[in-house]
Design a protein around this ligand. Sequence first.
Ligand code: ADE
Length: 274
Amino acid sequence: MRVDIISIFPEYFAPLDVSLVGKARERGILEIRLHQLRDWTRDVHKTVDDTPYGGGPGMVMKPEIWGEAIDAVISEGRSALGVPAGAPRMIVPTPSGRPFTQETAIEYADEPWLLFTPARYEGIDSRVAAEYGSRLRVDEVSIGDYVLAGGEAAVLVIVEAVGRLLPGVLGNARSVADDSFAPGPMANLLEGPVYTKPPVWRGHEVPEILLSGHHGKIARWRRDQALRRTLEKRPELVDRLDPAGLDKDDRKILAEFGTACGVSFRARPHDVAN
Ligand code: ADE
């Protein structure tokens, strides 16, 4: 996968040299190119922003600079990738975008080329998304309901979430399948607690069942823990559970522990029989 990032703070992305993403880059699974937006300015002050039309606080990033930068990065990428008509998926991080979720990460992991345009100040002149939206797939995405000082941290989050899904990046493919938000039997369930040696630490014991070697019982215990944790910490996720994926024991936990948490799981009619 190729990733281009245009920003006024390319140095912000130093963490992408480290750990899993850094290794994926070293191994050629992921190619990340950083670009300084100010390189496309023409004035001595390298100005990238201006006052907003209609008044109001803060500054807005100028469309001409972004337009030139994006055009140049796309044409450079096309030559490098040998795709004369290819286009990246453009991702604009903004608190007013659609929520970035594990589903979005999975979707992006299938793309050969992503282009990120993180903004500072009050954001980028809206005509930039409109202009490129008519030529490329442009996604305005938010990583959560809070406001960051700029989109750079959001790009780090998205690149890490996507990078770990690329084939060959994680040693153990199962760890992706077990992710809290991955599609499948554990979809929308938070992962339960995990333990390693020693069996007793500062008086805290590892749950006995995990030492039993009984795989069936361990799997059931883990699922119970996942259901309990979800009920406790993210009750709103319970409504998103697929009833067809729930067995009798799941429903028992949901009913008993859910009531204690003030959460009621409404089984759909077709699902009550099983
Ligand atoms: N830029 C500022 N806040 C953001 C957020 N929550 N998500 C994505 N980009 C942002």
